[in-house]
Design a protein around this ligand. Sequence first.
Ligand code: ADP
Ligand code: ZN
Ligand code: ZN
Length: 821
Amino acid sequence: MNIFADVVLPLPLYKYFTYRIPTDWQESLPVGSRVVVPFGRKKYYTAIVVRLHDTEPQGYEVKEILSLLDSRPVLRRPQLQFWEWIADYYLCAVGDVYKAALPSGLKLESETMVTLNPDFEEADDDRLKEREWMLLASLSKKSRMTVQELEKESGMRNILPTLRLLLEREAVFVSEQIKANYRPKTETYIRLTFSPNDEAALHGAFERVKQAKKQEVMLLAFLDLSRFMQKGQLREVSRKSLLDRSGVSSAVLGAMVEKGLFEPYKKEISRFEPECVSVGEIAPLSELQQTAYRQIVDSFKTHTVTLLHGVTSSGKTEIYAHLIDRVLNEGRQVLYLVPEIALTTQLTSRLRKMFGDKLMIYHSKFSDNERVEIWNALLDRREPRLILGVRSSIFLPFSDLGLVIVDEEHETSYKQYDPAPRYHARNAAIVLASMHGAKTLLGSATPAIESYFNAKQGKYGLVELKKRFNDVELPEIIPVDVREMRKKNRMRGNFSPELLNRMQVALDNDTQVILFQNRRGFAPMVECKQCAWVPRCEHCDVSLTYHKRFNQLTCHYCGFTYEIPRVCPACGQATIGVVGFGTERIEEDIAQHFPQIPLSRMDLDTTRSRSSYEQIIDDFSKGKNKILIGTQMITKGLDFERVSVVGILSADQMMNYPDFRAHERAFQMMEQVSGRAGRKEKKGVVVLQTSDPGALLIRQVMAHDYEGMYNVQLAERKMFAYPPYTRLIYIYLKHRDEILLQELSTRYAGLLREVFGTRVLGPDNPPVARIQSLYIRKVVLKMELSASMTKVKTILRQVYENALADDRFKSLLLYYDVDPM
Ligand code: ADP
Ligand code: ZN
Ligand code: ZN
């Protein structure tokens, strides 16, 4: 008999906690199901059962599980095992993984914020039970409160199970991500009040609308939409489609309902099922693509992971489609990972045409309800599905993965920086795939050095595709020496004559232009022109960024905003001005150079919502806008047909960034953004502005010489013992008190050195050495490849536990970043 359950809590705890199972469920509590448990003082959480047993834990009093939330587990095998792998590999708590993995709606706790759904019609729902009514009534007093407050307000105890029901009925929402993206789950449909076989009634209906032209139009529209006259299966007609088709106002519809001709009814719709699906054929592959496809299939016979290195616009996506089709036909699931939400937008319509409603999308711009719905759909049904998503979709409850595709596998946005788990979705996906016995395909025009290295070493299969689809040539890259141009006084702001001329030609020919400005360290700043004073964030060790729209200074780390001082606080002069150039500035300058040309900008600030991405990409695809200005965001795999010129405004900062991966990154970004040019038909042009056109890296970019870049970089990595020749673990230490932090981190590095010797570097100040009032130090551990990481991690844990003997260490925040990017 199982009397105890070990559970994982959504907290950074390094172990499982044990609770007593109430006698009623001792025989029926499955592993993987959610339970509500008390933890800490007066708090409770949704926990997940990971193990059942009958060994009473020693040393503390075991509390009892408060309630059971599910009749079936919310996790599928091997999810728990996958969570444990992540926690173990990335040195964090399983609770951290749990927090990242589940949508908020599935992990209610006493601190969860609950909001009333303003669109919920109580009258609609006669299924509400008394407890649900009572909760709703209490919630309506304030419309928004935490679970704990709600409990107090209602005087009810143990409300999570009731809340769960209300959530399912969409009477309430949880946490912050609600309104904007919410689509109601029911839609209104219209039907006639008589059957298709009733000729007389139909005749009568026409009689009754004879005097009202608009009603007649609507009736005809209905008959058409529903295929009423065809005598076959009637098609359901939504209110919206009826109004659209007839072009008549809803008042007319109302009148016809009044007359008793039409009858509205509600119908449940699924959010991820598209309104109309026309599943088309998948385009046949070209001969080269066909060969690559066969090589991939062959490679999978001997390798679980294969890298597809195909130049930009070689048609990798089309090859994926054929592989996906094959796996779906075998009845298995496919996970298609992309680095950026922006990419899902374009791919969605492409893949929808091929796979129809087998396609599901999952990312953070979806409302929590939608995410819960997708989660449950995967849980309740085992169907062949294609899931397209960003990194967090590796946590979904897949039943039978057959293939994982990691597109643009070199992208750093696959790595989560903050908070824990600091995982790399590409690497985690490879592990996930192998747990399912699935294959992984990595795809990129500019593979990560680590991946290419693994492929060259034979650890991964390697398939190369060296030509663009349709034999379009890769773009020509024209370097412009901006230093020279400045000397000759020929630059116009940040633009060289070459770039402006090329842009003009492109626009004259009715083609489009993309301008790329790497944001990093490039956002506009405010500076005193007299004494070079620069405003900095009071809580973080960074200079502030200037936002023209609000005429304000913002800290990009903590979001704090400041007014611009009128006089310089250092020298007292009124000489404060804006320097540097971010995308906002570029946009403004371009608008001056090309006053009549419609343009848009894509960066973090312009893409806060899901629809804004779609809008920008859609407008540009359709040619509404002629110039697109953007950050890294626009370098990633977007497919536009009519871009003939790409401008890289400055290569310098990318190349000079203080990181051993700077050159690799710079190459990837430049090659990728170049790849947006001339994708269909004609060869494109890239104008590359740099102050060092002779640099080896620039020459490699000009020659599209990935191999050359790889060889040079690899040699350097070897010389300086960097990955892929070593493994890195960064250890971050944070504290409010800088002096204490310095002392403790030096002590801690010393303790590590006793074991690891010269493999320990630091402590150092990271580039940003204070964030949100916490000072930061970084210790680097550089391990040779042959070292057992399991052992290394055990030692790390021991060293930390030993350090805790000194009480002051307890006030220190310490965390690890394994395989940092
Ligand atoms: P990549 O992902 O390698 O950058 P894409 O898959 O986006 O390349 O292909 C580039 C363009 O060429 C797309 O517009 C795509 O529709 C087109 N294309 C590629 N392969 C084919 C094919 N076999 N048939 C028709 N069009 C193709
Ligand atoms: Zn700040
Ligand atoms: Zn000054």
